[in-house]
Structure formats: C-alpha cells, structure tokens
Write a protein that binds this ligand. Structure first.
Ligand code: C2E
Ligand code: MG
Ligand code: MG
Length: 745
C-alpha cells in the first residue's frame, strides 16, 4: 500500500491553493462536502492531508468520515448535500462498497452525489456494467491518490455534481412555476392573486414567506401605490398605502420597482409583474441570500408566466366590475344591490330598503344636456352618502333611480329630504332638485332581493301618484293590487287575441235641431261569465303595457267599417269619433294606421274625428303638433276629450287646432242638480266656462254624460252645440245603432 505522504512534496508546487478565488464573506456556508469511506484509518488521514487547503470552483472542501458501509449510509441519510463520496470497494465484505452505492441510488434516491471508487488491489476492477448502472463517476486504485490525481478527480466529480443539482433545482422551480401559474391564473380577485404570489415566490426561492410585500400601482394616477398582500412582519400593512411602510429600504425598493416597471435585484429582490394594460404589481422579498444566476433565470420565467396570470385576474376583475358596478357613479349597480339586499336579509330587523327617483330628471337631461344630467346625479349621490352616512349602501339601479339600504333610522324620508335641501350646482347652473321615494321594511319572511326591489318600486309608483317629492311605504295591499293588475292584463291579452273585445257606439245629438250628427266608438270587454270590465279599468293597463296600440287600431278599423255601412244605409252625413290615447298617438305607425283604416273602409277623412285628452300635450309637443298638422291636412277632425280636467294652457290649446271641446261628464253632472246649501239649481259654472271658451276660440262644444232633460236644457241655453249621454242613448253595438237611428230619424 502506498502512503500518500511521499507524493505530497512532489506536488507541492502545483498551484492548487486558490483561496483568493473563494468569494469573501461566504464563510463555512459555502464548501463542498466530501465523504471519505474506508475501513483503513490511514487512508482517511492521507486523503485529508493530500487535499489540505485545496479549493475547487471557489469553495473549500469539508471532509466527512465513515469507516464502514453502515456508518456511511447513516451519514448520507443525515446530510442531503454531500457532493462526493470517495469510497473503498472492499470493506467488511468483498463488495460492501458497491452495495452501498446501490442503496445510495435506489433506496435513498440520491442522484446528484458523485462516487469515486477506490480499491487497494490494482487488478480488481468492477465491471463496466456496474459503473454505468450505479452512475459511478470514477474508479481509482489507492496508489493513484496523489494530490494532483485526487484534485483532478474531485474537480470533475464536483463539477458534475453541481450541474446535476442545478438541473434538479431548475426542474423543481419549473414545477413550482407551472403549478403556480395554473393556480394563480384562476384566482378571482387581485388580493387573492397577490397572496398566492407571495406564497409561490417564497416556495420558488426556498425561503419562508416572511417579510414579503406586494404593492399595487395605483389605477388613478393621482393615487399612491397600495400594499395588497404581505406576510410575516409586514402582515398588518395590507390595504394601507405604501407610504405607511416604516422600513425605508423596503418602501424605496418597491417604489423604485413600480416606477421603473422592472425587477430590482439589488440591494434586495423585488420582482415586477405587469399586464399589457399597464397596471403592475411589485413583490418584495426579504431574502438575505443573494440571488444565484440560476434563480435569476427562474425568476424571469416565473414573472413572465405570472404576468399572464395577472392579466387574467385583471380581466376577470374588469368583468366583475362591469357586471356589478355603475360605471358613471362608481357605486353598486342593480345586480350588486340585489346581492347586498339578500345578504342583509340574514339580519333583517330594523333595516329598510328605499328606491329614490330624482324628480323631472328627464327634463334636466333634455333641456340642459347629458353632461349636466350626469353632474346632477353625481351631486345627488354625494349628498345622499354624506347625509345618510357610511352605514347606508347607495346603489344606482336605473337612470335616475337610486337604491338605499340600511338602518331604518337613516333610510327614512325625513333624513333623505335634508340631502336635497340645498340647491345643487352643475356647469354653473344652480338648481333645486327633489326626489320621490318608495320604501320597504325588511322582514324575516321578506321575499328575495329582486322581489323586494319590485315592492319598493310599487311604493315608489304610489308615491309618484300622490305627489312628486313625496314618499310611500310598501304595504301588502299594494302587492295584491299589482298582482291583480297583472292577472287582469293577462286575461285582457287573451280576450283581445280571441276577439272577445267589441266596439259600442253612442250617438251624439245636435242640441239645437235634435238631429243625430255622429257617434262615439267605445271599446267593450265582456267576460265569459257575461260581466263587463269597464274601460276605465283596463285601458290604463293596456296603455302601460303598450297593448293599447293594437287595441286602438282595432277600434279605429272597426269604427271606420261600421261608419261605412251607416253611410251606405242612408246616413251619409254621420261622423265617427274614436278615442286615441297618448301612447297610441305617439306611436310612429299611428298616422299610417289612420290612413290605412280610412282607405280600407272607404271612408272620407272628413267623417272621422279623433278624441285626445289634454295630457297628450305633455309629450314632446313639437312631435304632437306635426302629427296633428298632418291629420288636419288630411281633413280628419280633432276633439279635446274630458276638457277641464287637465292643465293645458290656452296657448297649447290653440296650437292643437281642435274643432271641438268635450265637456267632461263630471261638469255636466253638476248641472241642474239641486245645491243642498243654497236650495237652488246649480249653475254649472265650469260647463259654462268651457262653452264660453269654445265660443271665443271658435270651437264647437260637446256636453258628455247628459242624463236629464234639465241638463240638456241648461246646456242648450248656454250655447253648447252637441249632447251625448244616456238621455239620448246608451252605447250600443253597431247593428242596434242602425235600428236606433231608424227609429229616431
Ligand atoms: P270617454 O271618452 O270620456 O267616454 C265617455 C264615457 O262616458 C263612456 O264611458 C260612456 O259610456 C260614458 N257615458 C256616456 N253617457 C253617459 C251618461 O249619461 N252617464 C254616465 N254616467 N256615463 C256616460 P266608457 O265607455 O266606460 O269609457 C270610459 C273611458 O274609457 C272613455 O271615456 C275613454 O276615455 C276610454 N275609452 C273607451 N273606449 C276607448 C277606446 O276605444 N280607446 C281609448 N283610448 N279609450 C277608450
Ligand atoms: Mg271619448
Ligand atoms: Mg270624455
């Protein structure tokens, strides 16, 4: 056996002592662990002596010693980072060394550890097959253990050890990255994403999630960055502005990273994740160790794939934002409000829901423009939130409708009124706004959110009917009424589709001569059980649902055909009056439908009169006047129905260009009735005023609802031209009208 001692001096000049190359300050942490396994103590000493002071790839060697295979195995188990084992083949058994290698590879799964086999007998060599299958790096006889030979052999082994470790780390890192981007790309919400980022990043770097901070660049350029996730000692800073971070180096590194939109690797690690939209996140890692070049490359890959996940999270956030946020006022929209109501229903005591509608908002929009309209909405929202306090949720659930949800003490009409006590300013315009409110109190058995909004809506409608600016609480009765109206509308539709609606005609008589001058067409709905539903009940429903357009056209066409037959059967001078509601009149197909009805029935336009109420003038007046002008040009006459019950001004009345005013039957009813207090017959001052007004405007007047002879005589004396009422005839079907006309020639 050769002792290495005699070779040491010969090799002494070899410049192996590259201590200077070792990076300063790394201390004992950076060295290669070399395990010497041999049952001969001399070999241990000789090897260590031969390699004393040697450094490989900038690191010193640290020797571990085992004198049997069992001892070696225990050491390997305990220390995962042994780089090379110098292993004696023959120890307690002929092949003890080879068996150890097998256990090392197969049982312990150590693939990186390099093995240099050593044997005392020059003639003994393991088979090539063994070397290959146990991944043995080198095979040496103990006589070859000179300083130079050992150095060469160890250098090769350590280099390949390092490469294998690097590859393993890369693989592990990539696995983390793949699974991280898989997990984080599906995160819903920036905060969750950031939390995941912190965890995954620490896993990748092999550090504890300690001292990690994630800051988000502000969306609004005037805002400051915020901390959206943090771990360890920075934990309580979540949601706070970055400025609040006390540690200046951490704060500045994050700020610099967000500013430069790039990773900062010095002095501490700070990664930047960006989305194409320009929004970015910076993640600071409080890792003491410097970042290895390998880690740097992995971090690049990590941040590239996280940026993709980040973009997904932002896109998802945007979708959520559009689905649940009002984009103008930046508050919950109807969808979100419904959810919030449902959440509040878990503890419904003392909670109220209100719908608040800004009065005459459409007029503000129309006259002052949408920019002013938007500002008014913003001002209203701001006032409301100020007055109602943070406990009340404010949502925008329609154009000019806000939803309020919160304690009854706050969500109540008195408090809300104070929000609008002062004028608001928009684009230099100072205006007073008011709002109408419908309220519902939440109860344990309240219906779900969407239904509750409907209830509040009913209350709001009720309030609008009372007076703009008032408010109304929902009651069970309202719900019942609404459901009944729905049922009625449904059966009206059925009746119309099945042609169970028909038209009745009520004659109109010239009060001077007693001759019949025309008839008014009135819709009738007779139910299967023979009962009638009065038009006053179902016409408003038909108007609100739009069904009136079809029903109105049906009446118009039927009346025109009936008139044609009357003309042909000896009453050529008769006129037909047809009621037209506001909704119908403003329908774009209205004029063409009149032309069609007249042509199809072969009736002269002069024989048709349309009755409209003053309320038509409350719509877009210019449009109404254009339609009326066209009707006039055709020769169709116009009567103002129920005159005296509306509020239209004299100038509007003149502009409408009617031929007749119909005195509402309520005013005719007053005529001739005995006044209980004065004991004489009433003078019917309103009926007289209408007749006088008609005369001064050059219009004929028609008295509706004439039931008594006295009424007829008073009207005649006033100078009213035409009478219509039960005194002459009830409304009747077309064929009965023909008989009636024959009898009353
Ligand atoms: P209106 O246009 O003012 O019709 C006159 C109403 O007075 C009719 O009621 C008629 O039956 C009733 N009436 C006539 N003479 C007397 C009388 O001497 N005493 C009393 N108490 N009532 C009398 P009706 O048929 O119930 O119609 C009510 C309202 O429904 C109509 O008032 C009209 O506004 C609307 N309406 C009826 N048919 C139609 C239609 O085809 N289209 C539209 N848009 N509205 C209609
Ligand atoms: Mg009428
Ligand atoms: Mg009337």
């Amino acid at each position: 056996m050769t002792t290495p001692d005699d070779t040491i001096d010969a090799d002494a000049f070899v410049p192996l002592l590259d201590d200077e190359a070792a990076p300063a300050g790394d201390g004992a942490a950076l060295h290669w662990k070399v395990l010497i396994v041999d049952d001969d103590e001399d070999v241990h000493q000789a090897t260590e002596l031969a390699l004393r002071g040697v450094a490989i790839e900038g690191r010193a060697l640290q020797f571990l010693h085992a004198h049997s295979a069992a001892e070696a195995l225990a050491l390997m188990r305990a220390q995962a980072d042994i780089a090379v084992a110098l292993l004696d083949v023959v120890m307690e058994a002929e092949d003890a060394g080879l068996r150890l290698v097998r256990q090392l590879r197969e049982d312990l799964g150590r693939r990186a550890l390099r093995v240099v086999l050593r044997t005392g007998q020059p003639g003994y060599a393991p088979e090539i097959e063994t070397i290959r299958s146990y991944d043995i790096n080198d095979y040496k006889t103990k006589s070859e253990l000179t300083r130079v030979r050992l150095y060469t052999s160890l250098t090769a082994a350590i280099r390949s050890y390092r490469q294998i470790v690097t590859l393993e780390q890369t693989r592990d890192g990539l696995e983390i990255i793949v699974s991280a981007s898989h997990q984080l790309g599906r995160q819903r919400g920036l905060q969750r994403f950031a939390e995941g980022l912190v965890t995954q990043l620490s896993a990748l770097l092999g550090v504890q999630p300690e001292g990690l901070v994630c800051a988000h660049a502000p969306v609004d350029p005037y805002d400051t960055p915020r901390i959206i996730a943090a771990a360890g000692r920075f934990r309580e800073l979540i949601h706070r502005p970055l400025e609040d971070l006390a540690s200046a180096p951490v704060r500045e590194t994050l700020a610099r990273c967000l500013d430069a939109r790039h990773h900062q690797l010095e002095p501490a690690l700070c990664l930047y994740f960006s989305a194409p939209s320009g929004r970015g996140i910076a993640a600071y890692v409080d890792a003491a160790a410097r970042v290895e070049p390998l880690d740097q490359r992995l971090l690049e890959v990590f941040s590239a794939s996280m940026s993709v996940a980040f973009e997904n999270v932002l896109l998802y956030g945007q979708l959520v934002d559009y689905a649940y946020q009002d984009q103008l006022l930046r508050m919950p929209n109807r969808n979100r409000f419904v959810e919030l109501i449902t959440e509040r229903q878990r503890a419904p005591e003392g909670v109220a829901l209100a719908l608040l509608d800004i009065d005459d908002f459409a007029a503000i929009n129309d006259t002052l423009g949408h920019v002013v309209g938007d500002q008014v909405l913003r001002a209203a929202a701001q006032r409301l939130q100020q007055v109602l306090g943070p406990e009340v949720v404010l949502a925008r659930i329609g154009g000019d409708t806000f939803g309020l949800l919160g304690p009854e003490a706050a969500v109540n009409p008195q408090l809300v009124e104070t929000a609008f006590a002062e004028v608001v300013e928009a684009q230099g315009e100072r205006m007073r706004i008011s709002a109408t409110m419908g309220l519902v109190r939440l109860q344990a058995d309240s219906p779900p959110g969407a239904e509750l909004i409907k209830d509040a809506h009913l209350a709001l409608k009720q309030a609008k009917q009372i007076r703009r600016g008032s408010s109304c609480y929902f009651s069970e009765r309202m719900g019942v009424d609404a459901r009944e109206r729905m049922r009625l509308l449904r059966s009206l539709r059925g009746a119309f589709d099945e042609r169970r609606l028909y038209v009745a005609y009520q004659p109109q008589v010239d009060l001077g001569t007693g001759r019949v001058v025309g008839a008014e067409a009135l819709i009738r709905w007779r139910r299967d059980d023979g009962s009638f539903v009065p038009p006053d009940r179902f016409i408003p429903l038909a108007e609100r649902s739009g069904l009136i357009v079809a029903i109105g056209e049906f009446v118009l066409r039927t009346a025109c055909h009936a008139l044609h037959r009357l003309h042909r059967s000896g009453y050529p001078g008769l006129r037909m009056s047809v009621n037209v509601s506001k909704v119908q009149f403003t329908d774009p197909d209205f004029l063409p439908s009149v032309v069609r009805a007249l042509q199809d029935a072969r009736v002269e336009p002069q024989a048709l009169e349309l009755e409209i109420t003053e309320s038509v003038a409350s719509e877009d007046l210019n449009f109404i006047l254009r339609v009326l002008a066209e009707l006039r040009r055709m020769g169709v006459a116009l009567a103002i129905d129920d005159f005296g019950t509306g509020y239209s001004s004299l100038s509007v009345l003149r502009q409408l260009g009617a031929q007749r005013l119909k005195i509402d039957r309520a005013f005719v009813n007053e005529l001739g009735a005995v006044d209980a207090e004065r004991g004489d017959a009433g003078q019917g001052s309103i009926a007289r005023m209408v007749v006088d007004l008609g005369r001064s405007l050059g219009l004929e007047t028609v008295g509706e609802g004439v039931e008594t002879l006295a009424q007829r005589e008073l009207l005649t004396a006033m100078g009213c031209h035409i009478g219509q009422g039960f005194l002459f005839a009830h409304p009747m079907p077309a064929d009965e009208l023909a008989d009636w006309l024959a009898r009353n020639r």
